[in-house]
Write a protein that binds this ligand. Structure first.
Ligand SMILES: *[C@@H]1O[C@H](CO)[C@@H](O)[C@H](O)[C@H]1NC(C)=O
Ligand SMILES: *[C@@H]1O[C@H](CO)[C@@H](O)[C@H](O)[C@H]1NC(C)=O
Ligand SMILES: *[C@@H]1O[C@H](CO)[C@@H](O)[C@H](O)[C@H]1NC(C)=O
Ligand SMILES: *[C@@H]1O[C@H](CO)[C@@H](O)[C@H](O)[C@H]1NC(C)=O
Ligand SMILES: *[C@@H]1O[C@H](CO)[C@@H](O)[C@H](O)[C@H]1NC(C)=O
Ligand SMILES: *[C@@H]1O[C@H](CO)[C@@H](O)[C@H](O)[C@H]1NC(C)=O
Ligand SMILES: *[C@@H]1O[C@H](CO)[C@@H](O)[C@H](O)[C@H]1NC(C)=O
Ligand SMILES: *[C@@H]1O[C@H](CO)[C@@H](O)[C@H](O)[C@H]1NC(C)=O
Length: 481
């Protein structure tokens, strides 16, 4: 009795019992069991948590990198659809290499990739259904007809999350790039993730590699968060745009790192007469804390397909390295539409061809039926608080003769030119606006207002609805592994 009352003895007994239990557990469950015990559940942040869950393995998934999992993914999601109105569901993709063709998402659903899970996109065209061109484009980008549906596709959905602890989606794009270069494509190349006609979408904490074409394409959708995504593709790969919000309202793109063969973020809204007829703008877009390397394209491109209009874009805390241009506005006669109320501040650029580029002479038409009287309106474009070094040319600003781009405001910008810089750092035609505290001295079309107007260019003080969306901490329980 004396002995058991001694706290030291009690502790020793407890430790011995614990060790015995652990030994028995190890004998019956092995090291795997111990690992599972250690990760009884895990947590992640999402716009909504789910009541039900399953693992891809429950549906016959095989993560050997050779077996196709297209049917397993679709069977899993079709099964989990039943929980849409009962707390929603999450599909766990365990460690492994999961070869798959395209599959479709459902509402109130989370796709979660373990950090050692790699989705390998099939290179077999039969694994990719062909869908119609986007109505606002009238045709596919690579070929006149339809387009291969994206690897992860969602249509008419609400409340969808694609996330993980930095799991990987590998598009295995090399074969597609080769077919593109050789003109062997019957249909437009697939994207990695496309979400159409949907709302309340989160794409976060993932690594996307080698997409056949664009990486993330939300289109005709609203309330979209893209956060903490790493996107990597060879800088020479064709059309591997990072994130393309297209005819979307209320989008937030933040904390992304993108190295690609095309624009890191390309804001779009349809093409020529098709985009004008569809008439759906991209508006209320926030881009922040983006790091981009895009030697042949832009960090943020607006257009060239902007025929439904682009309005209220707010970008800040952007780092551009070895990129062709910082912000680029691309449009053409025949596009119609508008690009207005664009605000960019706090951008650091290193090794750039042009810090700023805008052109009304981009060409690139869907077909010859575009309306030559459809003149795009470009107005209220604000750039401020920026530094750039090793820049070949400060700016190339080319409006449309007779229809100038107006309300351009550039302030507190210091551009250090490269030793092999162009002799004329600014080339401006058919543009109007002001500047203040900009080095080197801007062109005459952007007259200097003096240093007291250093804060002249606006950045909105209010916040957009997408900034008020809260993420919650969700738990994934071991019983679903
Ligand atoms: C799919 O859902 C049903 C419930 O409707 C369930 O009984 C079944 O086990 C599920 N299928 C798989 C493979 O888990
Ligand atoms: C996904 O949805 C699209 C559009 O409805 C359809 O064409 C395609 O066949 C679906 N994919 C699968 C794997 O069912
Ligand atoms: C999506 O919704 C539209 C409009 O309601 C409908 O015409 C279309 O068939 C739906 N597509 C799918 C695949 O659910
Ligand atoms: C994202 O993934 C990283 C790396 O695995 C993990 O540490 C982090 O908690 C995840 N973040 C969120 C918000 O889930
Ligand atoms: C995710 O993985 C990529 C590629 O390995 C890496 O560069 C990035 O830092 C990782 N992100 C996080 C949050 O761990
Ligand atoms: C400056 O830019 C040129 C390309 O225009 C590049 O070759 C050179 O390495 C850069 N220099 C520095 C110091 O980054
Ligand atoms: C000018 O821009 C720099 C960043 O490039 C910023 O640190 C500074 O506060 C800005 N100055 C004013 C007066 O806004
Ligand atoms: C300036 O831009 C105009 C229109 O793009 C072009 O025609 C002209 O050659 C450029 N001038 C210089 C000096 O680069």
């Amino acid at each position: 009795m004396e002995l058991l009352n001694n706290p030291r003895t009690t502790q020793v007994i407890a430790e011995v019992v614990l060790a015995l239990v652990l030994l028995v557990f190890l004998n019956t469950n092995g090291v795997e069991g111990l690992k599972a015990l250690a990760s009884d559940s895990f947590e992640y942040r999402a716009i909504s948590c789910r009541a039900h869950g399953a693992s891809l393995k429950d549906f016959g998934g095989v993560g050997d990198g050779i077996t196709s999992n297209t049917k397993a993914f679709q069977a899993a999601i079709d099964n989990l659809t039943q929980y849409a109105s009962d707390g929603g569901s999450q599909l766990f993709v365990p460690p492994g290499k999961w070869l798959t063709g395209s599959f479709n998402l459902t509402s109130h659903f989370t796709l979660y990739l373990h950090k050692d899970a790699v989705l390998l996109a099939s290179q077999d065209e039969n694994e990719w259904p062909v869908i119609d061109p986007l109505p606002s484009y009238g045709r596919g980008r690579d070929a006149a007809g339809g387009r291969f549906v994206s690897l992860i596709f969602g249509i008419n959905l609400t409340d969808v999350v694609i996330t993980g602890d930095n799991g990987t989606i590998d598009g295995q794009g090399a074969l597609w790039w080769e077919k593109f270069h050789k003109g062997q494509l019957k249909y437009t190349r697939p994207y990695l993730i496309e979400i159409m006609y949907s709302e309340n979408v989160q794409i976060s904490n993932l690594t996307l590699l080698n997409s056949p074409s664009w990486n993330i394409h939300p289109v005709y959708s609203s309330n979209i968060i893209v956060q903490g995504v790493t996107i990597l593709a060879p800088v020479t790969s064709p059309n591997t745009d990072g994130i393309n919000p297209d005819s979307c309202t209320n989008t937030r793109i933040e904390d992304c790192y993108i190295v690609s063969g095309d624009d890191c973020v390309a804001v779009k809204s349809g093409w020529d007469e098709y985009g004008i007829a569809y008439g759906m703008p991209t508006k209320q877009l926030v881009i922040r804390r983006l790091t981009c390397i895009s030697p042949f394209s832009a960090v943020i491109a607006l257009g060239s397909e902007m025929s439904g209009g682009i309005q209220d874009v707010r970008a800040e805390d952007i780092v551009a390295i070895n990129s062709e241009s910082g912000v680029r506005i691309k449009t053409a006669v025949g596009r119609g539409g508008f690009v207005k109320d664009i605000y960019v501040r706090g951008m650091t650029m290193k090794t750039m061809k042009w810090a700023f580029w805008m052109t009304g002479n981009y060409g690139s038409h869907a077909d010859n039926n575009y309306d030559p009287n459809a003149i795009p309106v470009i107005q209220n474009i604000n750039y401020h608080d920026m530094v750039a070094e090793n820049v070949t040319m400060a700016a190339r600003l080319e409006g449309i003769p007779g229809y100038p781009f107006t309300g351009i405001c550039i302030s507190n910008v210091t551009i250090e030119l490269a030793s092999k810089a162009k002799k004329v750092p600014w080339n401006c035609t058919d543009v109007a606006g002001i500047s203040s505290s900009v080095v080197p001295q801007p062109c005459e079309l952007l007259p200097d207002q003096g240093p007291e107007k250093r804060t002249a260019c606006n950045f909105p003080e209010d916040s957009l609805p997408i900034d008020n969306v809260q993420v919650q901490m969700c738990t994934y329980n071991r019983k679903y592994f």
